[in-house]
Write a protein that binds this ligand. Structure first.
Ligand SMILES: C[S@@+](CC[C@H](N)C(=O)[O-])C[C@H]1O[C@@H](n2cnc3c(N)ncnc32)[C@H](O)[C@@H]1O
Length: 485
């Protein structure tokens, strides 16, 4: 019987239930859901299968050790004592280290990664007189260290790189959806089942084509990882080549027969550059004869409705207020969307992803369900509609100006350009505040901690005292430690 290992599969906020379903469909048992991940016991082939077939997973990790690491020295000693020669080939290997810390004494992730890398390299130097080199992008072996309450879990990252990178994205547009997010929205909309029943799919603002490609891959039973030429296990010393070869061959067979079952999938976008990007990506995915895309404005879709099936899924990622366009200009777009769906696609289901769920009201459609998902650093909601109801914009009690985000109108506090990490930090603050404010109001509390080093790179404590904010920075690692790097 093949050797059993314990694996950890990570996924983004809101996607764990979908991941649990996927693992079940893949025949993986013995799963245990934790915060931000699902653990399971299985064979290497099971882990490879998750890398190849999961549409929502981000990483598949194989934990190899648990260490107590309160100081950089303990971290170094613990990692240096591990048998890395069982994982990394002695000659010409490359490595990279990802390090994340949560509520631990070693807080600085780059510093932690550096000490882990040094510990591995020094072990190789002592044993073989040779050292692996560092390749941050596509290393032969990527090592993941997660330090929580000073306990480090050291893992081999079998995915090697985030699994959302399918390998078909050769061209980009402004604000593309991440592939795993597009897949998660489609799976939440039951697209797998609908496609089997022959339902069609439209994305009228397809941008670089992410929804269209993910939809075709789901409908045609194409493994999301089939195009990837890089994983974290192919150059790992314990790689099971035969299992991988077999899984890939099986996925190729399924792709061949699945393509014949692909339903009608059509996209459009007002921007010619977006259509060019979508065509390039679709061609790279080998789906040019399964997906049609053309440059057209949203308002042109009613003319096409007569030639399309009577039932389908209308998916859409309209421009966001924060990234393209202004929130206060978007209500007209949502109103048009609602009118078009109402009048020309009344038998269809709809899924819209938005960073401002209020805008959904302008569609005039009856909300069936909404699910929170993050699009990178932007907290979003996916709005699902089932039975359109003929409600007109002027019937709504709210006027458009009520939906204007005050921040956008206020010149003094106009949004500043932020890095992705900065935006993540801002979003985390907003979310914590929203969540805690409710509890504080109910409990009649006016002073509370809204943030406590939740993100490792922002090691701050932020307390609210009525109208006042008190910010304290945690001490950085001490200088003598930093000099040893
Ligand atoms: C957020 S982007 C979509 C990104 C896409 N989901 C992807 O993964 O690349 C929004 C798209 O809507 C398109 N758009 C905006 N207004 C439109 C309109 N009236 N008709 C058609 N497309 C429109 C933009 O050109 C842009 O490509």
């Amino acid at each position: 019987m093949a050797k059993q290992h314990k694996f950890t599969v990570t996924a983004a906020r809101g996607m764990l239930p979908l991941l649990a379903d996927e693992l079940k469909q893949l025949g993986i048992k013995n799963t245990k859901q934790d915060q931000g991940n699902i653990r399971f016991t299985g064979t290497l082939a099971d882990a490879y299968m998750v890398c190849l077939w999961s549409r929502v997973a981000i990483r598949v990790l194989l934990p190899i050790a648990h260490l107590h690491a309160e100081t950089p020295e303990q971290l170094y000693e613990g990692v240096n004592a591990l048998p890395w020669e069982e994982h990394i080939h002695e000659l010409d290997s490359t490595i990279a280290v990802d390090f994340n810390s949560f509520r631990s004494k070693i807080k600085h992730s780059q510093y932690g990664a550096q000490r882990v890398k040094d510990a591995i390299v020094d072990r190789f130097r002592t044993l073989f007189g040779l050292r692996p080199s560092v390749d941050l992008y596509q290393p032969d072996v990527r090592i993941n260290v997660y330090l929580k309450h000073n306990q480090a879990t050291v893992s081999i990252d079998l995915s090697g790189d985030s699994l959302h990178k399918r390998g078909y994205r050769v061209s980009n547009t402004t604000a593309p959806l991440k592939e795993h997010l597009a897949a998660a929205i489609l799976l939440s909309a039951e697209w797998q089942k609908l496609a089997r029943q022959g339902w069609a799919l439209i994305d009228p603002m397809c941008g670089s084509g992410t929804f269209l490609i993910e939809a075709a891959m789901i409908a045609a039973d194409i493994a999301p990882g089939i195009l990837r030429d890089y994983y974290g296990f192919t150059a790992w010393k314990q790689h099971d080549k035969d299992s991988w070869k077999q899984l890939k061959a099986d996925a190729e067979r399924r792709r061949q027969s699945g393509l014949a079952r692909c339903p009608v999938i059509v996209g459009g976008d007002a921007d010619a550059r977006a259509i060019e990007a979508a065509k390039n990506n679709i061609a790279e995915a080998g789906l040019h004869d399964r997906i049609q895309v053309n440059q057209r404005d949203l308002t042109e879709w009613p003319k096409l409705a007569a030639d399309l099936p009577k039932a389908g899924l209308f998916v859409c990622n309209p421009p966001y207020g924060e990234r393209i366009g202004r929130a206060d200009e978007l209500h007209y777009l949502y109103e048009s969307l609602g009118n078009i769906i109402n009048e020309s696609f009344s038998g269809w289901r709809t899924a819209l992803i938005t960073d401002n769920a209020q805008l959904g009201k302008f569609t005039g459609l009856t909300l069936f369900d909404s699910v929170p998902f993050d699009n990178g650093p932007i907290a979003c909601d996916v709005l699902f509609y089932r039975a359109p109801r003929p409600v007109r914009f002027n019937e709504l009690s709210s006027t458009p100006t009520q939906f204007v985000d005050e921040e956008f109108d206020d010149k003094e506090h106009a949004p500043v350009e932020m890095t992705e990490q900065g935006a993540m930090f801002a979003n985390r603050l907003k979310k914590n505040k929203k969540h805690l404010a409710k509890w504080a109001r109910k409990s009649d509390i006016s002073c509370y901690r809204v943030y406590d080093a939740d993100l490792p790179d922002y090691a701050l404590a932020i307390d609210l005292y009525d109208e006042h904010i008190h910010v304290q920075e945690y001490a950085p690692p001490n200088k003598s430690i930093l000099r040893k790097r």
